[in-house]
Ligand binder design. Structure first.
Ligand SMILES: [Cu+2]
Length: 237
């Protein structure tokens, strides 16, 4: 079906300006985004494949001083990282440019030189609105001591090592490493099957930690989503 026929048939009174005005107030779902695409090329002559908003921000320490350390990852709202990132520049700024509207998670990664301290949230949930700038400031603690922990996200519905692991892949850690599974998803998950036994339900924003005290290759899974969420932890000397 030709695109203009679809537009005329389903949305005779909709124009792009009116749609953009409304999209900021709505929760952007897939249906909404499809409508945006259908509306994006219209009689005003404005042509774009998706509606976007700017996404940028800064990194400061707890005293408000700019810190040019690290990298910001842009995750999908279910916590999955497709590998999209922006480096923090020497003045502490990061800039993703124009991003498709919708909900995301934004994660700070400090390359063992800085961390977002508890109880500050990392990753943080954001919503990119059409035609507006979404600006977020991360507050971090700069530390010269290495941060040896390994973090694996349990999302909806996958395990993924941070900041750039393969979903449901194998994570290799030296013995004695503290491994932290963090539920970045919206529903409960478990980490079950390794020498640690069973984490039990981990709520949204909750975590389970295990200090690797046994060599071996351990398959583990989420008991609720065992066919989708299955991954491997390998502990080496
Ligand atoms: Cu699960």
């Amino acid at each position: 079906m030709p695109r203009d026929q679809l537009i005329g048939g389903t949305m005779p009174t909709m124009n792009r300006r009116r749609f953009i005005a409304g999209v900021g107030a709505a929760v952007a779902g897939i249906t909404l985004l499809e409508v945006v695409e259908a509306c994006a090329s219209d009689s005003t002559g404005v042509v774009s494949s998706t509606v976007t908003g700017a996404l940028r921000g800064s990194v400061v320490d707890m005293n408000g001083r700019a810190q040019g350390i690290g990298r910001i990852y842009l995750l999908q709202k279910n916590g999955l990282s497709p590998g999209t990132y922006a480096d923090v520049d020497s003045t502490g700024q990061f800039d993703f440019g124009q991003v498709a509207t919708g909900e995301y998670l934004l994660r700070y990664w400090g390359s063992n030189q800085a961390d977002v301290p508890e109880p500050l949230v990392n990753p943080v949930r954001i919503a990119v609105a059409a035609g507006a700038a979404t600006v977020f400031q991360f507050r971090v603690v700069v530390s010269t001591t290495a941060h040896p922990d390994r973090e694996i996200y349990a999302g909806d519905f996958f395990f993924q090592e941070q900041p750039a692991g393969t979903p449901n892949g194998t994570v290799v850690v030296p013995i004695g490493t503290v491994v932290c599974w963090y539920n970045v998803g919206l529903v409960p998950h478990t980490v079950s099957g390794g020498p640690w036994g069973d984490s039990g339900p981990i709520a949204h924003d909750g975590n389970f930690m295990w200090t690797s005290n046994q060599l071996g290759t351990f398959s583990y899974r989420c008991t609720y989503h065992g066919t989708e969420m299955i991954a491997t932890l390998q502990v080496v000397p």
